[in-house]
Write a protein that binds this ligand. Structure first.
Ligand code: 13P
Ligand code: SF4
Length: 360
């Protein structure tokens, strides 16, 4: 930070100032007064996008970082890819490309910029790097992991293969590069059934998410051999919770992510990836809906559908929540937290991802 500091008061661009006692104060740098005010004014129209989910009192906390990130993206020739679980000020105000894991992988291949900032978790950044080896891929916090990716090692995959030598290995994208390198093909929750059936095998190993594997196995004749990994966020939902939500919120439409236990999907009206759930709300316009998934998802979908009532019994993903506007800004300022891939693994892991992307 520069030694030159100024105290920001709410700029005129944000509308009427609140009563003095409520005046938000924030120290910002650098202190080029008119430049800073101009940058903040540029960020202001973005507030209209998120005003349903971010109270006016909170926006001045976000606006300086939003303005700085917009400037840094231009200076660094960077784009920001954000997963559906990112908070609304990231998702709607600084991201260039948003979506589920499948969309982020697909879109990563179309990026026309030198730098990709992945606002999501580490395996998503690794996938972007695999598909863009010549680009700089940054993740604002290298510790943003995933309980599924942590649940299995390459050695585990080799043991599974030895046990079921006739079964191809389908790795959820929520895995490390080292696990992908041991796998035949990747899948996401949006394409798992299609991927499995594309292999023409009698049985497949599907790892590491036991619940996703169980949920997909119900939709296909292919025998599915699962691994006992779980998403720490989705495993907390239960069928009893869905029943209780239906009682307390009559008429609510229940959408569930396939990482939830099968008993949750059995009680739900629809199951799908994060993008599938967003598309369902856009298509069906339910009067009242609940998304059995991570908390920010409902905020982000609500922005586009202000007339839909969202019931919110969500669970937070602590890994997704490691990504913030300040650390996106810091990553771009310092060009730090670069994602690198072990060259010995890259080609094999990339093959598994590209094979998945070829399945339509
Ligand atoms: P999606 O592929 O549905 O976006 O899910 C990714 C994820 O991590 C869900 O927990
Ligand atoms: Fe991993 Fe679950 Fe977080 Fe998704 S929500 S990143 S699967 S821990």
């Amino acid at each position: 930070m520069s030694a030159s500091l100024e105290i920001e008061s709410r700029p005129a661009a944000f509308g009427a100032a609140p009563p003095t006692g409520d005046m938000p104060l924030r120290v910002i740098a650098p202190g080029r007064g008119s430049d800073a005010a101009e940058a903040l004014a540029r960020a202001e129209p973005l507030y209209a996008r998120v005003k349903h989910v971010i109270p006016p009192i909170e926006w001045p906390v976000f606006a300086p970082d939003v303005a700085a990130i917009l400037r840094l993206k231009r200076e660094r020739d960077a784009v920001i890819l954000a997963h559906n679980y990112q908070t609304p000020e990231i998702f709607h105000c600084v991201a260039d490309i948003t979506g589920d894991s499948l969309a982020l992988a697909r879109e990563a291949m179309t990026v026309d910029a030198k730098v990709i900032v992945l606002a999501g978790v580490h395996f998503m950044a690794e996938t972007a790097k695999l598909l863009n080896p010549e680009k700089t891929v940054l993740i604002p916090d290298l510790r943003a992991g995933c309980s599924l990716a942590e649940s299995i090692t390459p050695e585990d995959v080799r043991l599974m293969r030895a046990r079921y030598p006739d079964a191809p290995v389908v790795a959820y994208v929520n895995t490390s590069v080292a696990v992908k390198a041991e796998s035949d093909i990747c899948c996401t929750s949006a394409n798992a059934k299609r991927v499995i059936e594309s292999l023409g095998a009698r049985r497949v190993i599907m790892l590491p998410d036991e619940y996703l594997a169980q949920n997909v196995a119900k939709q296909t004749k292919v025998e599915v051999i699962a691994w006992a990994g779980h998403c720490e966020v989705h495993q907390r939902f239960s069928g009893a919770e869905v029943r209780s939500l239906r009682e307390s919120h009559p008429g609510v439409i229940v959408l569930a992510h396939p990482e939830c236990p099968p008993e949750v999907l059995a009680e739900a009206d629809f199951a799908g990836s994060t993008a599938d759930m967003a598309a369902y709300v856009g298509r069906e316009h339910p009067r009242r809906v609940v998304l059995m998934t991570e908390c920010s998802m409902a905020d982000n979908v609500a922005v586009a559908h202000p007339s839909v009532e969202f019931v919110r019994p969500c669970n937070l993903c602590p890994h997704m929540k490691r990504i913030t506007l300040p650390n996106i800004r810091a990553a771009l300022e310092g060009m730090c937290h670069e994602v690198t891939i072990d060259p010995a693994l890259a080609d094999r892991a990339r093959r598994a991802v590209e094979r998945m992307l070829a399945v339509r």
